[in-house]
Design a protein around this ligand. Sequence first.
Ligand code: LUD
Length: 280
Amino acid sequence: MTAKIIDGKAIAKEIRAELAKQVAELTAQGRTPGLTVVLVGDNPASKVYVRSKQRACEEIGINSTVHRLPEETTQAELLALIDQLNADDTVHGILVQLPLPGHLNEEEVINAISPAKDVDGFHPINVGKLQIGTASFVPCTPAGVVELVKRTGVSIAGQHVVVLGRSNIVGKPAAALFLKENATVTICHSRTKNAAEECSRADILIVAVGRPKLVKKDWVKPGAVVIDVGINRVDGEIVGDVDFAEVQEVASAITPVPGGVGPMTIAMLLKATVEAAARG
Ligand code: LUD
């Protein structure tokens, strides 16, 4: 069997087209959605992602502002900017691109963002609401993963989902989202006794560990759906956490890297911003 390749780029484009209509309606009501992204320092990958976010906003009519701050920005300066954005009625969504330079306190920065503008869903209030099942903002990458699986026509309820990775940005929220979709969820991580064996029991396998081509053919049950969240730069090339060439032979469907989850992350950010503006 050769797996169906899940085209995240195409699905993200569809979502942007749907959102463009909602943006036009909100704009007609004098409520153009506004997203402000804060980028501190010169991380090359972050620069690429922020540029893509800005372009996607412009494409569908969201007002986008990017604050590009120097590496040596102080914690106090960053917190003052967030206060100012919290108070600005034209700003519906605030996103501080991570990772921050090492001298800045990420947790304190996230806590400073108004939960009502936290389009990333990283504020503890929103993390808690996700666990309860009443979230209004959920982290964009795992939201994109669930949307990708749904739009591929895969039913989730009752399926065994294995999430490999337990980060606050992807693994943990992905597990919560799939649980909300009535999956049976297993989380594996670097201390899991036999990760390969656990993964091979998955109907839907979500991989988010940041280790190039970690997941091999024998980690995957024949017919499983495999979602690769990893983006690793190896010898100038981008590869995922899944050995695509091998796993493609056993999976029923698989996401490519690039062109899989990445574009969905941005589509979900736009969706969150539109929803924030609609809420007023
Ligand atoms: N921080 C994110 N840091 C990193 N790939 C992203 C991402 C687009 N606060 C905050 O945007 O949600 C976030 N909020 N994240 N990420 C990762 C994470 C953050 C990663 C990849 C892409 C956003 C993307 O567009 C493309 C693809 O996979 O096809 C291109 C990949 C490339 O580098 O060319």
